[in-house]
Write a protein that binds this ligand. Sequence first.
Ligand code: HEC
Length: 121
Amino acid sequence: MLNTKKLGLVLGAALLAAPFAASAADAPAAFNQCKACHKVEAGKHGVGPSLFGVYGAKAGHAEGYKYSDNHVKSGMVWDDANLGKYLADPKATIPGNKMAFAGLKKPEDVAAVVAYLKTLK
Ligand code: HEC
């Protein structure tokens, strides 16, 4: 059972931690759609690979994640142009890759997400 004193400590710790959490780059709203499958901490994989350090890396960059062959063979380098294409239409950009996501429809969402990915390093 959580008594009032313990609850107070937990809440206090959460409040103290909050300003630090918020000082890391804030994810744009469009990134909420990615969170179902991607984590941003290094080495933490979900349905999709961790997106830590993905900007500027080659397709299949995350250690310990099992990518599809088509994804790795694409030889894609994740710069602005390639991320822009992939996030707008993953299936057309890398046919046969296993990211089950329809794509970001709005160019401003793509730009915001790419800018955010750059900060994950
Ligand atoms: C339904 C789950 C799912 C969603 C939603 C999703 N992804 Fe993915 N993503 C994946 C999977 C799975 C892969 C690995 C693809 C493969 O191996 O074929 C992947 C791969 C990637 C890669 C390539 C990583 C690398 O190391 O090559 C990037 C970048 C990426 N996703 C970004 C995003 C972003 C940004 C969003 C949101 C706009 C998003 N994904 C939404 C599942 C998802």
